[in-house]
Design a protein around this ligand. Structure first.
Ligand SMILES: Nc1ncnc2c1ncn2[C@@H]1O[C@H](COP(=O)(O)OP(=O)(O)OP(=O)(O)O)[C@@H](O)[C@H]1O
Length: 259
């Protein structure tokens, strides 16, 4: 089993291609995210942001390219126009380095908040129930929802659901969190509480790759901004440079137009 080096980037994607039928959605994406980095992924609708995230945790397979997560190979380019995925058990092991937070929360509606958090640690990681429950309670306290432990998701606001979803991702103790437009489904007055939780994670040096239209988050929390267009990364710069550049006003106008 490969050793995870502390020096390995948390995400290393090289030449990633993905097509859906005739539509080439990712056209040679290179992306490196270091441990502790927060990277915002911006770009127009349809530019391939979600697909990239989904390829990184194997919700989609790639057609060409190499992806390493925390030093472990999820998929390797075979040098002959195709790719090689390792055996399923190894793919699942590599995927456990990442946790995903979705736009629409994807909580299990028939489980309580606590049950949502302990399900995967118990079934996937074989964590003893008592340990999983203690961890879940700590995480719920961290996202400010200790009192919702026994509630069902339909009793929660959108912001609360998303904070539960973040806690659920954290319950698997991933090394990288992938966020796919975590505030896009929320009423504006509920985005703040989710962004606050994400900011706290960033302060704790959690590695995060965040697809977002929240310019304020990208400006204030992200270390780097990656801008996608037409299935490629067309800009990859420190956030402070991106936002100091007058061209970013154009990017923002572009995004606002697309929303
Ligand atoms: N499973 C799929 N089958 C076919 N086409 C798909 C599939 N998933 C995505 N696409 C297409 O791939 C393109 C890129 O989609 P993707 O969701 O990655 O873009 P995005 O940049 O995240 O957009 P948005 O900001 O609107 O979420 C779009 O044209 C989309 O319709």
């Amino acid at each position: 089993m490969p050793e995870t080096s502390v020096d390995s980037p948390m995400i290393n994607a090289i030449g990633v291609h993905k097509r859906f039928g005739a539509l080439e959605v990712l056209r040679g994406v290179d992306l490196t995210v270091q441990r502790g980095e927060v990277v915002a992924v911006l770009g127009a609708s349809g530019s391939g942001k979600s697909t990239l995230l989904r390829c990184l945790n194997h919700l989609e397979t790639v057609d060409r390219g190499t992806i390493q997560i925390a030093g472990d190979t999820l998929v390797a380019d075979d040098g002959q126009g195709g790719v090689r995925y390792p055996a399923d058990a190894e793919v699942r092991r590599v995927c456990r380095h990442t946790g995903m937070v979705f736009q629409h929360f994807n909580l299990f509606p028939h489980l309580t908040v606590l049950q949502n958090l302990i399900e995967a640690p118990i079934t996937v990681k074989k964590m003893p129930r008592g340990e999983a429950t203690a961890l879940a309670e700590r995480l719920l306290a961290k996202v400010g929802l200790a009192d919702k432990r026994d509630a069902y998701p339909n009793r929660l606001s959108g912001g609360q659901k998303q904070r539960v979803a973040i806690a659920r991702a954290l319950a698997m103790q991933p090394e990288v969190l992938l966020f796919d437009e975590p505030t896009s489904a929320l009423d504006p007055e509920l985005t703040g509480e989710v962004l606050r939780t994400m900011r706290e994670l960033a302060q704790e040096r959690m590695t995060m790759l965040v697809v977002t239209h929240e310019m304020a988050f990208a400006r204030e929390v992200a270390h780097r901004v990656v801008f996608m267009d037409g299935g490629q990364i067309v800009e990859d710069r420190p956030a402070k440079d991106f936002f100091a550049d007058p061209r970013h006003e154009r990017a923002r106008a572009f995004l606002e137009h697309m929303l």
